[in-house]
Design a protein around this ligand. Structure first.
Ligand SMILES: NC(=O)c1ccc[n+]([C@@H]2O[C@H](COP(=O)([O-])OP(=O)(O)OC[C@H]3O[C@@H](n4cnc5c(N)ncnc54)[C@H](O)[C@@H]3O)[C@@H](O)[C@H]2O)c1
Ligand SMILES: [Zn+2]
Ligand SMILES: [Zn+2]
Length: 381
C-alpha cells in the first residue's frame, strides 16, 4: 500500500485558466480516488491537436479552468473501492473513449463508443459530478476528456483506463492513447482495408501516417498520401506510402486533386481518409472514392460550426461516408493487441516522437505543433 493512498496529493500541473492563454505550471491538489476511480502517477504525456484546439478557444464545449492532456501514460498510485481492472503499480494508458463493457453501446458489437461516463466527461467532472482537482486557492479545476494528463497525478474512472505490458516504454506507449491508435484503427477496423485495396490519406500528421501503416499492414496495393506540406513526402514513404501528392505544387494547370486521384486509380479509390479536419478536404476525399463501393472515413476534427457537403448523387451512386473516433478501437479489450504489435515491431510508435521536452516546457511543446517537422512532442513529468 502506498503512503499516499486515501490522502490528497500535492503535485505540479499545467493549468489552462482561459482560452488563448499559456498554461500555468503550478501546485495543485489531487484528491484520492472514490469508488470505481483510479489515481495515476503520470510519467509521460504527448500533446495532441485536440488539446491545442480546446486551449485556443475554438472548442465550443471547452471548460476553464481545466487540466488538459489526453495522450498519456503512467503508473497506478491507488484505486478506489470496487476497482478490479487495474491495481497499484500497473503501467497504464488513460482512455478518453471509455469501455464499460455493459452499456448499450459496449454490448452492441457495432461501435467503440461507450455511454458510461460520456455525460459527466463532457462536463469536466468525474461520474459523481465532482472534480478531484483544486488549485492553491482552493478553486475547483475541471477534468478534460476524462484523462487530464498534464498533471503529475490524475484521477480517472476505472472504465477509462487500461493496463499495458510493463515492457512497453511509457515514453512511447502514451501515443497509443490517441494519435497512433486513431489512425491505425481507422484503417484496420473502421475501413477494414483488404489486401490489394487502394487507399488515399489526406493529411500526413501522426493520425494520417498511422492510417498509412494500417493500410500497409493490410497489404493495400496503393497508398497515396496527399499533403500540402512537402516535408511530409519523406515521412509518408517511411511509413509505407507508395505515392505522395502535394496539391499545391504537383497538379497540372486546371487539374483538381479529385481528378488526379481518379485517373491514378482507374476510377477512384476503395478507401479514403480525412486526417486534416478541413471540410473541403473531406468533400474531395469522398468524391475521390470509386463509384459503387468506395468509402471515405472522416477522422479530422473540424472547426466549430463547419459543415460537410457534397451532391447527394455521390452517395446515390454507391460512395459511403463514415466517421471514426479513436479508430473504432475498444480501449480496454483491444489496447493489449496494439501494444503487442508495437513490441514485436509491426506497429511503429517510437518513430512519431520527433520532440522531447521536460514538463515545464509544455507551452513550447504547443508551439512545436505549428512546425511542419513535428509529429509528436512527448513531455516527461
Ligand atoms: N477522430 C478522432 O478520434 C481523432 C483523434 C485524434 C485526432 N483527430 C484529428 O485528426 C486530425 C489530424 O491529427 P494529427 O495529429 O495527425 O494532425 P497534424 O496537424 O499533425 O496533421 C495534419 C496534416 O494535414 C495536413 N494538411 C492540412 N491541410 C491540408 C489540406 N488542405 N490538404 C492536405 N493536407 C493538409 C498538414 O500539413 C499536416 O501534415 C486533427 O483534426 C485531429 O484533431 C481525430
Ligand atoms: Zn488526441
Ligand atoms: Zn459502455
Amino acid at each position: 500500500m502506498s503512503e499516499t493512498q486515501g490522502k490528497p496529493i500535492q503535485c505540479t500541473a499545467a493549468v489552462a485558466y482561459a482560452a488563448g492563454e499559456p498554461l500555468r505550471i503550478e501546485k495543485v491538489t489531487v484528491d484520492p480516488p472514490k469508488a470505481h476511480e483510479v489515481r495515476i502517477k503520470i510519467v509521460n504525456s504527448a500533446i495532441c491537436h485536440t488539446d491545442a484546439y480546446t486551449l485556443s478557444g475554438s472548442d465550443p464545449e471547452g471548460l476553464f479552468p481545466c487540466i488538459l492532456g489526453h495522450e498519456g501514460s503512467g503508473i497506478v498510485e491507488s484505486v478506489g473501492e470496487g476497482v478490479t481492472n487495474v491495481k497499484p503499480g500497473d503501467h497504464v494508458v488513460p482512455l478518453y473513449t471509455a469501455e464499460c463493457q455493459q452499456c448499450k453501446f459496449c454490448v452492441s458489437g457495432k461501435t467503440n463508443l461507450c455511454g458510461a461516463v460520456r455525460a459527466t466527461q463532457g462536463k469536466g467532472v468525474m461520474p459523481d459530478g465532482t472534480s478531484r482537482f483544486r488549485n492553491g486557492k482552493g478553486e475547483t479545476l475541471y477534468h478534460f476528456m476524462g484523462c487530464s494528463t498534464f498533471s503529475e497525478y490524475t484521477v480517472v474512472a476505472d472504465v477509462s483506463v487500461v493496463a499495458v505490458d510493463q515492457q512497453a516504454p511509457l515514453e512511447t506507449v502514451c501515443l497509443l492513447g490517441c494519435g497512433v491508435t486513431t489512425g491505425y484503427g481507422a484503417a484496420v477496423k473502421t475501413a477494414d482495408v483488404q489486401e490489394g485495396d487502394t487507399v488515399a490519406v489526406f493529411g500526413a500528421g501522426t493520425v494520417g501516417l498511422s492510417v498509412v501503416q494500417g493500410a500497409k499492414a493490410r497489404n493495400a496495393s496503393r497508398i497515396i498520401v496527399v499533403d500540402i506540406n512537402d516535408a511530409k513526402r519523406e515521412w509518408a514513404s517511411k511509413f509505407g506510402a507508395t505515392d505522395f501528392i502535394n496539391p499545391k505544387t504537383d497538379l497540372k494547370e486546371g487539374e483538381t486533386i479529385v481528378a488526379r486521384l481518379i485517373e491514378m486509380t482507374d476510377g477512384g479509390l476503395d478507401h479514403t481518409f480525412d486526417c486534416t479536419g478541413n471540410t473541403k478536404v473531406m468533400r474531395d476525399a469522398l468524391e475521390a472514392c470509386h463509384k459503387g463501393w468506395g468509402q471515405s472515413i472522416i477522422i479530422g476534427v473540424a472547426a466549430a460550426g463547419q459543415e460537410i457537403s457534397t451532391r447527394p448523387f455521390q452517395l446515390v451512386t454507391g460512395r459511403v461516408w463514415k466517421g471514426s473516433a479513436f479508430g473504432g478501437i475498444k480501449g480496454r479489450s483491444e489496447m493489449g493487441g496494439l501494444v503487442r504489435d508495437y513490441l514485436n515491431g509491426t506497429l511503429k510508435v517510437q518513430e512519431f516522437v520527433t520532440h522531447k521536452r521536460p514538463f515545464e516546457e509544455i507551452n513550447s511543446g504547443f508551439e512545436d505543433l505549428h512546425h511542419g517537422d513535428c509529429l509528436r512532442t512527448v513531455l516527461s513529468l
